[in-house]
Design a protein around this ligand. Structure first.
Ligand SMILES: Nc1ncnc2c1ncn2[C@@H]1O[C@H](COP(=O)(O)OP(=O)(O)OP(=O)(O)O)[C@@H](O)[C@H]1O
Length: 257
């Protein structure tokens, strides 16, 4: 499906990163990252395995601490906030994990209720039911409400994982390899869902992927992580309009040139 036009507010970065560095022992993974994510934007982060894409989104969501740099997320400098503030901030960020992270012993309904019951004290039964129905409808899987995760296909699990993230109405969505392990048609459906979520829930998103079809279909902007820094940023065509030997094979492999 063609991506609908979205309104990105370039005056309003919801994430702003300057000079971010992160090492593990003597291995410098992130070596001076500068990046803005604007309100309403889908930003795709591309890079080879091990370049630090997951480390970056773990730092943004407060799961890992940076060594150096300024990281402002929804107006909060995450290097200087208390644990309580970090907890409040995390609720405003939806993290869609690579493996969907569903609880296998719970039905779809219970999986979706879980974050609500934990994070929205005093929520009524009726509100829970309405929220569950809304996100299930948004991902097109209302009929699975009483099923167990083991009864779902990989694509359906991915959708339920996204629904579970959406249930807390996040302002920012972080997708870690949303199409990994899915067949090409299901990948396209997940890409469409990412675009629908952007429209319907007015989210700003970072999408981490190796899949250039996903990048092309979902990304309003692409940022390519090379040797610890973003060295190419722009539209899909701008990023790949190069003979750079670190970039070209990426494109050639994905599109079988
Ligand atoms: N908690 C950790 N402790 C030590 N090293 C780590 C830790 N987390 C990540 N690393 C290292 O940092 C590097 C970047 O890892 P990361 O998972 O961010 O890569 P990636 O770009 O997401 O790769 P992939 O595309 O394969 O998922 C790797 O060399 C990894 O071993």
């Amino acid at each position: 499906m063609e991506k609908a036009k979205v309104k990105v507010d370039h005056t309003n970065p919801v994430i702003s990163i300057r000079g971010l560095e992160k090492s593990f022992e003597d291995y410098a993974v992130l070596r001076g990252i500068d990046l803005d994510l604007y309100q309403g934007e889908n930003l795709v982060v591309l890079g080879r395995s091990g370049t630090g894409k997951s480390v970056l989104i773990k730092i943004i969501s407060g799961l890992l601490r940076p060594d150096k740099g300024e990281i402002t997320v929804l107006g909060k400098n995450i290097a200087h906030i208390t644990d309580r503030e970090l907890q409040e901030l995390r609720i405003r960020i939806g993290f869609s994990f690579q493996n969907s992270a569903l609880y296998d012993s719970m039905t779809v309904r219970k999986n979706l209720e879980f974050p609500l019951v934990r994070n929205r004290k005093g929520i009524t039964r009726k509100e829970i039911d309405t929220n569950v129905e809304t996100v299930l409808d948004a991902v097109g899987l209302s009929q699975t409400i009483n099923q167990m995760p083991s009864e779902l296909s990989g694509g359906q699990r991915k959708r339920i994982g996204i629904a579970r993230t959406l249930i807390l109405n996040p302002e920012i969505m972080l997708y870690d390899e949303p199409t990994a392990g899915l067949d090409p048609i299901t990948c396209i459906e997940i890409n469409d869902l990412i675009n629908e979520v952007q429209q319907r829930f007015n989210t700003s998103s970072i999408i981490i992927t190796h899949d250039l079809t996903c990048a092309k279909q979902t990304g309003d902007r692409i940022a390519m992580l090379l040797e610890g820094q973003f060295q190419r940023t722009g539209t899909f065509d701008e990023v790949f309009d190069t003979n750079d030997s670190r970039v070209k094979p990426f494109f050639d492999y994905n599109f079988i040139k």
